[in-house]
Design a protein around this ligand. Structure first.
Ligand code: NAD
Length: 373
């Protein structure tokens, strides 16, 4: 294999084409060919991007000039396509979720290890600079312990007609598995491993479609995480809000690919200085300075020195779509490094595909069983 890694895409739908565009400018990787079960779509995509079209996924997998195959097909196809790709000697970047069940996911990871190939899952959240900034704040303990983190995902369903595979649990796995895995993976990075407490699902009135799900997870150190996903909005009202509550402040993120982070903190001057240094580029608004006689406070039965109340804003530095493409490239760059050097430790590897799926499968089962397993 030359140092350049040659890429083939299977699945030329909306997301596959978005990724392809993002990857075409990536150094050290050459996009070679595309395939789709819809051969006309593969030809259209090839013509648009200047790549070659293969008549079928098998034809693409048989090519000797492709090292890494990206599976951007619906979830129910991931296990069989990844197995075929690994057996053909390819590295695989699989779209999330890795598979629909843990047995398939474990078998795929086992096969990848046996073939000495990577099997990455496109769980991009850990590559978002603001998600990294949140991780740094949590680990620093400047805001004290994290207590609660919630994601409210009020998503558009305008691009999802009733017959779309997304609504078919046999094909998508359901909302926790198809979409929730991103956030289970991210919260585990932030807070450590967790245990599902409960999960619920709600059907759309007079329909078999489940369009709302809710799960709660307890993490170490007494952190409670809650995840709400509802797919019921106009495209223009698609909205996500994340809120993290700490002992000494809150963090709010907006959009599912967060582009802005806001903090509201009550700290001593020394801790506030440390926090500002931890977040380069942060904009600060001093809301209140407490006089000495008012700076001693208590919470959780502990004394707290609170000299300043401030608002802080940190921008990701990119508009949403630009940031999304960058996160895709950063995840891919991480995988390419591991292909070139097996000793390279990736931010997201095989394990993330399995553990994120484990939360999602438990949540799906609990929701189906009426709440708690
Ligand atoms: N990582 C992310 O941020 C992210 C974002 C969106 C979607 N996704 C994932 O990407 C995948 C694709 O989503 P999408 O929105 O592009 O779906 P889509 O329906 O728009 O496209 C899927 C494509 O796969 C093709 N296809 C289906 N079965 C196939 C098979 N067996 N062999 C070859 N081609 C096949 C279809 O013809 C279609 O062109 C899903 O797993 C989804 O969860 C990931």
């Amino acid at each position: 294999m030359s140092n350049t890694i040659r890429y083939g895409l299977i699945g030329c739908g909306g997301f596959g084409r978005f990724c392809l565009e993002a990857y075409q400018s990536l150094e050290g990787m050459q996009c070679v060919a595309v395939a789709d079960q819809d051969a006309a779509l593969a030809h259209f995509t090839a013509a648009q991007t200047g790549l070659e079209a293969c008549g079928s996924p098998d034809e693409l997998l048989a090519r000797q000039d492709i090292d890494l195959v990206h599976l951007a097909t619906p979830p129910f196809t991931h296990a069989s396509l990844a197995t075929a790709a690994l057996n053909a000697g390819k590295h695989v970047l699989c779209e999330k979720p890795l598979a629909l069940n843990l047995q398939d996911a474990s078998a795929m990871i086992h096969l990848a290890a046996e073939k000495k190939r990577i099997l990455a899952v496109n769980l991009i959240m850990r590559y978002n600079p603001l998600c990294r900034a949140v991780k740094a704040v949590i680990d620093s303990r400047i805001l004290g312990a994290p207590v609660h983190a919630s994601l409210i995902n009020s998503a558009k369903d305008e691009p999802l007609p009733a017959a779309h595979w997304f609504w078919d649990r046999e094909k998508s796995g359901g909302i926790f598995i198809e979409h929730g895995v991103h956030f289970f993976d991210l919260f585990e990075w932030w807070f450590g491993s967790g245990t599902l407490l409960s999960a619920h699902q709600v059907h759309r009135p007079d329909s078999r479609i489940v369009d709302q799900v809710l799960a709660s997870v307890q993490y170490g150190g007494g952190v409670l995480g809650t995840f709400y996903h509802g797919f019921h909005q106009l495209g223009r009202r698609d909205e996500q809000t994340w809120r993290l509550i700490f002992e000494l402040g809150t963090i709010t993120l907006t959009e599912w690919v967060p582009t802005e982070m806001k903090l509201d903190v009550s700290l001593s001057d020394a801790e506030f200085e440390k926090l500002t240094a931890l977040l380069p580029g942060v904009r600060v608004q001093l809301l209140e300075r407490y006089p000495a006689e008012d700076s001693h406070a208590r919470s959780r039965h502990r004394d707290r020195l609170v000299e300043v109340h401030a608002g802080m804003t940190l921008d990701a530095g990119f508009a949403k779509q630009e940031l999304y493409a960058k996160m895709l490239r950063d995840l891919m760059t991480d995988q390419l490094a591991a292909i070139r050097d097996p000793a390279h430790v990736r931010v997201v590897g095989e394990r993330n595909g399995l553990t994120s799926l484990a939360y999602a499968v438990s949540a799906q089962m609990a929701a189906g069983a009426g709440g708690v397993l």
